[in-house]
Design a protein around this ligand. Structure first.
Ligand code: COA
Length: 328
């Protein structure tokens, strides 16, 4: 059995915020943001939730695949910005779309979450346990941002993307192989604190001299160094596992963090930058949602053809990273 993507969908909040609009909120400029990141605008939630965006993306993916919600066996939802700690967001989506027969749970691997979800789904499908799996990346990161930290908040956007993956007989198309890695020793270069321990025995907040921030904290340069070193190495590893070369790949669908990171990866691989589609200028970094949103755009624009060889690669907080090869 192989896992093949048969439907894609995405959903973005209605409100678009340009770099110039950001200058009304903080001391920054369109020029600085474009030069350092490649981002021109992003969608920010004015009420859309991780669950509502995810449900809309799932409905579109199902429609394209020609499947009903009742046929879905599993929903794997990658997010690091859910509305609730419980219930998990995947169960909220199950309820919203009526996937009554699906088992549903969340995955948090930040910007690698969708890729890890895809490989998890692949393992379930290869084992023969499930046949139809929705894999979703959905984020409302704007609520995790310190809007006074101009070096971080300008990077991120809100949105969701989903794919329906089906079990198909072994053949040319489908997921070929993957590599996944985690390095918890560098976890604090990109972090966001949850609530403190607080019970009748112990009050963590009272123990602390400085109140920790509950917003995203990032050492941008450390993240940049990590991504530009580990992502090309990881792509090379998965290529070697499958006996393919950089030249054999039609498209490299990378996590959309920063145009400079993507250009550096292409350079280190010796690959043509034209093979690295990008949409981050319009949507910013949406963490787990970036890869499925870009995949959906490419798919709906007719830029994915049967037999195309794709590398998908995610990287982010954890630190986590991974790559897989898909034959479309
Ligand atoms: N507008 C204007 N100036 C800004 C700014 C903004 N939005 N944010 C920071 N600056 C200023 C800084 O205050 C600093 O000023 P100073 O030299 O007077 O102190 C200057 O710009 C340079 O800041 P620095 O943080 O060194 O910039 P940088 O070149 O490292 O770029 C990032 C910052 C965040 C764009 C860059 O580090 C990066 O892309 N890192 C990767 C982040 C990422 O992709 N994270 C998610 C991964 S999943």
């Amino acid at each position: 059995m192989k896992m093949k993507i048969t439907g894609t969908g995405s959903a973005l909040p209605r409100k678009v915020v340009t770099n110039t609009q950001l200058t009304e909120w903080m001391d920054t400029s369109d020029e600085w943001i474009r030069e350092r990141t490649g981002i021109a605008e992003r969608h920010l939630s004015t009420g859309e939730t991780v669950a509502s965006l995810a449900a809309e993306a799932c409905r579109k993916a199902l429609e394209q695949a020609g499947k009903t919600a009742e046929e879905v066996d599993m929903i794997l939802l990658a997010t690091c910005s859910p509305e609730y700690l419980l219930p998990c967001c995947a169960c909220q989506v199950q309820q919203e779309i009526g996937a009554v027969n699906a088992v549903a749970f969340d995955i948090n691997a930040a910007c690698s979450g969708f890729l890890f979800g895809l490989t998890t789904a692949n393992a379930y499908i290869q084992s023969g346990m499930y046949r139809n799996i929705l894999i979703v990346g959905s984020e409302v990161l704007s609520k995790l941002m310190d809007w006074e930290d101009r070096s971080t908040c300008i990077l991120f956007g809100d949105g969701a993307g989903a794919v329906l993956a089906e079990a198909v007989e072994d053949g040319e198309s489908g997921l070929v192989d993957s590599v996944q890695r985690s390095d918890g020793s560098k976890g604090m270069v990109l972090s966001c604190r949850e609530r403190m321990i607080s019970n009748p025995l112990y009050k963590e907040a009272a123990e602390r001299t400085n109140q920790e921030s509950f917003y995203v904290q990032m050492d941008g340069q450390a993240v940049y160094r990590f991504a530009t070193r580990q992502v090309p190495a990881c792509i090379r590893e998965v290529l070697e596992k499958t006996g393919l070369t950089v030249e054999d790949i039609d498209l490299f669908v990378l996590h959309q963090a920063n145009v400079r990171i993507i250009e550096a990866v292409a350079k280190r691989l010796g690959a043509d930058i034209g093979k690295f589609p990008m949409n981050l200028d319009r949507v910013g970094n949406m963490s787990s949602a970036t890869i499925p949103v870009l995949l959906d755009e490419l798919n709906r624009e007719g830029r994915l053809h049967s037999g195309d060889r794709l590398v998908l690669s995610g990287f982010g907080a954890g630190l986590t990273y991974g790559s897989c090869i898909l034959i479309w």
